[in-house]
Design a protein around this ligand. Sequence first.
Ligand code: HEM
Length: 412
Amino acid sequence: MDTSWNLLDPAVMGDETTMHALFRQLREQDPVCRVEHPDFEPFWAITRHDDIKRISQNNAEFLNNPRTVLIQQEFERALLEKFGTRNGLETLIHMDDPKHRKLRNVTRDWFKPGPVGKLRGDIETIARQYVDKMEAMGTECDFVRDIALLFPLRVIMSIIGVAPDEEAMMLKLTQELFGGQDPTQSRGGDVDDGMGVLMDFFAYFTAVVEDRKKNPTGDLASVLANALVDGEPMEQLDQISYFIITATAGHDTTSATISGGMKALLEHPEQLAKLRDNPDLAPQAAREMIRWVSPVRHMMRTTTEEITLRGKTLKAGDSLCLWYPSANRDSEAIDDPDRFDIERDNRNQLAFGYGGHMCLGQHLAILEVEVFFRELLPRLAHIEMSAEPEWVQAIFVGGLKSMPVRYAFYRQ
Ligand code: HEM
């Protein structure tokens, strides 16, 4: 079997060790690698930092539409039939300029460092609630399921304006969307199950839009429900897709970073001690955790004209798959990349992508990770893993599914 097929194997791509071994091999031996698999349309796997950065910043030559993430052909066909797009959704990541820029502008100001910084107090309050919960649970918990999955969910839901009692349903739908290939998280393995997940998202957010049109508040849902683009209300597919990308991209990625970041600290006790003793390192540590975890495994682009890349000829219309965790371990761009170092300069990392589509929520994500560890670490006297962690089986957004820990809080 061609080893490049492992890129499409959720069990390989879910697990940090096997995934990085595969990326190292591809970077060294075939950094622009043609992947042909019976279940997927062919694509080029791009694994070097420099190539990924250059492709990402050229949004005119490398388009997001029509192929944005790796989806099985059978499912892509069903989505095309039902929604008229290969992705089923029409979110920011599925669009190109000029439409992309216009829609990104709708929420751009919400996600700038200034306004996001004003959320710090609210995020601290939510983080403290989850640290209190961990303390109240005694000396053992599943750090992923009990804490890391829930804190960013509450943050993004409070920003969007979703009530706390609807969060469990939102978490389940997100896991079904991103963990669609994981037997314990997917609704079922077939196309109808995947469509069902999307339809549930649509039904939920359509009701939210109706509500905020009638009763606008100051929340992000009200901004999205009442936004005008070129003087007209947003198309329904665009609007509901906007909710879906904000709700889903806004928590699974950050949860994966907090749990993967905690795992990295446990495996590097000197870094844990350094962060606990120097809480002001938290913003830098958050960036290093994001590089280390790189929870978004890939995004795709489509070439508009023939190009030659590392000696390979890519035709107009070919698909390119950009593998971010690989870019972030490329020693040509990142010094000693397999060393977890909370003080490193992370300006060159690509976990948030690059160019016109670079993550809209990056400042929020960094703030959440920073605030969480600032709240937790000073209160923890001791923490260790109490069982082997488990990974979500996924090729798009990956991370830990479970990490049991044993710990002690300082007595207050
Ligand atoms: C550690 C956490 C996160 C990581 C690693 C991450 C990563 C990414 C990546 C790789 C992209 C695609 C960039 C590209 O194509 O060049 C992206 C796009 C996006 N992210 Fe994030 N993200 C994170 C957290 C968030 C949060 C908290 C939000 C909040 C809502 C968010 C919202 C978005 C949106 C809306 C886009 C689409 C932007 C566009 O296409 O214009 N993300 N993110």
